[in-house]
Design a protein around this ligand. Structure first.
Ligand code: FES
Length: 105
């Protein structure tokens, strides 16, 4: 059965509703880059090092586990310690994003 993932995204002051399927994109950064953002988003192509793919989780699952040490290091260098601010490249497009509302920072 195909799992449909629906995400609301605030980008540049506008609200967008994106719909995709599980693992259709390598990660959330690639989805946002393909569908919405400009080419400066995701500068390091998902290595978790550039910090250009920041998102804020506004509603839904704001406790997605951080699994990547690069993300911890990058966010700490940027002095970000809120758990709802994440690197989109470190979030898989799967059920954990179902119904989530995010803002591209
Ligand atoms: S793409 Fe560089 S940190 Fe996410």
């Amino acid at each position: 059965m195909t799992v449909i993932i629906k995400i609301e995204v605030i980008y540049d002051g506008n609200s967008y509703f994106l719909q995709t399927t599980k693992h259709a994109y390598a990660n959330l950064m690639v989805l946002l880059l393909n569908e919405l953002t400009d080419e400066d988003f995701g500068d390091c192509k998902g290595m978790g090092k550039c910090g250009t793919c920041l998102i804020e989780i506004l509603e839904g699952n704001d406790d997605l586990e951080r699994q990547d040490r690069n993300e911890e290091t990058t966010l700490s260098k940027m002095k970000i310690n809120q758990s709802n601010i994440r690197l989109a490249c470190q979030l898989l497009v799967d059920e954990s994003l179902m119904g989530i509302k995010i803002r591209v920072i």
